[in-house]
Design a protein around this ligand. Structure first.
Ligand code: ATP
Length: 319
């Protein structure tokens, strides 16, 4: 192993820079040459490669987004695009590749692994929807961003005695809504994993109003339905003041939390170790308290577990 390359792919997530920094510095520590590919698979096809030095990642550990930029690459879904990317890596004599991204990025990484390029994945996605890692880089920062928004909305919700319906990210998973709802004391959490009963939500809200509650917070994961629709229905049924806030891309940005920086540093450094050990076709995750490598095939074999105990607990605590 002499030359390693790293890129970020899919949606950006806070802490991706800390992961890139760890890959770059750990590689240099081991005497390897390290390169950055810009814009993920798109940059691989379009030959956007830059040499990375110690200073290339200076002053980046605290920055959100990704200094290597990221993109979605429809071209990489084609055999032609994949062949171009593989040929480029071979031409550049890249011996190992670290791919930082989500599930989709790892599917692309597996294509490279199958073509004989040693490839290790590092989970970086705010959605936390990758199996075999309890946390993906960016998730902790994202839920803290949601909590911050809930705190602020709570002030105005209480002052005006209103119900706030807050839509958070999660197209096919409710992990952000669940954890932010539990930490934010939401009255109801609406997620794609669980059937949603508007009557039950309204009954719960009415019980709160009856015992003198000044405000209520409802979290809706975007994949579970539109917050506008939920808010409109609650207003119609209960005849109470309801406001809807869609947090959107606010949840993607910001300085990474200490947790995400530590996780990114550990996973990025371990990815380099795994390449040096001759491993490929694996993702390095933080699973059941340990830094652990799992094959891409196993990662794709199951969905990230939804924590039903926490879902039930949140409902009990918001009684
Ligand atoms: P996020 O969770 O933030 O959406 P992601 O890594 O899942 O991140 P995707 O847009 O799904 O994001 O994937 C990123 C890129 O990976 C795609 O643009 C595409 O180039 C590549 N990719 C995705 N799925 C595949 C696949 N099945 N085969 C080959 N490449 C893929």
């Amino acid at each position: 192993m002499n030359k390693i390359a790293v890129f970020t792919s899919g949606g950006d997530a806070p802490g991706m820079n800390a992961a890139v920094r760890a890959v770059v510095r750990k590689s240099i520590f081991h005497g390897l040459k390290i390169y950055g590919i810009k814009r993920g698979f798109h940059g691989l096809i379009n030959q956007e490669i830059i040499p990375m030095q110690l200073g290339s990642v200076a002053d980046t550990i605290h920055r959100g987004g990704t200094i290597l930029l990221t993109a979605r690459s429809p071209d990489f879904l084609t055999t032609e695009g994949q062949s171009k990317a593989i040929a480029f890596l071979q031409e550049q004599e890249i011996d190992g590749l670290v791919v930082i991204g989500g599930d989709g990025s790892f599917r692309g990484a597996r294509v490279l692994h199958e073509a004989g390029i040693a490839t290790v994945g590092v989970p970086g996605t705010i959605d936390n929807d990758v199996a075999f890692t309890d946390y993906s880089i960016g998730f902790d920062t994202a839920i803290n961003t949601v909590i911050d928004a809930i705190n602020k909305l709570r002030d105005t919700a209480t002052s005006h005695e209103r119900i706030y319906v807050i839509e958070v990210m999660g197209r096919s998973s409710g992990h952000i809504a669940l954890m932010a709802g539990l930490a934010g004391g939401a009255e109801s959490i609406i997620v794609p994993e669980a059937p949603f009963d508007l009557t039950e939500v309204c009954n719960r809200l009415q019980r709160g109003v009856d015992r003198g509650k000044l405000h209520s917070i409802i979290l809706v994961a975007e994949g579970a339905g539109s917050a506008m629709h939920v808010g409109g229905e609650i207003k119609r049924i209960l005849q109470l003041e309801v406001r809807v806030t869609i947090l959107g891309h606010l949840q993607r940005g910001g300085t990474p939390s200490a947790f995400d920086r530590i996780l990114a540093s550990r996973l990025g450094a371990k990815a380099v170790d795994l390449l040096l050990e001759g491993q490929s076709g694996v993702m390095v995750g933080f699973y059941k308290g340990e830094i652990k490598a799992t094959s891409f095939d196993d990662v794709f074999s199951q969905a990230q577990a939804f924590i039903w105990d926490d879902y039930k607990l949140a409902a009990i605590l918001a009684i």
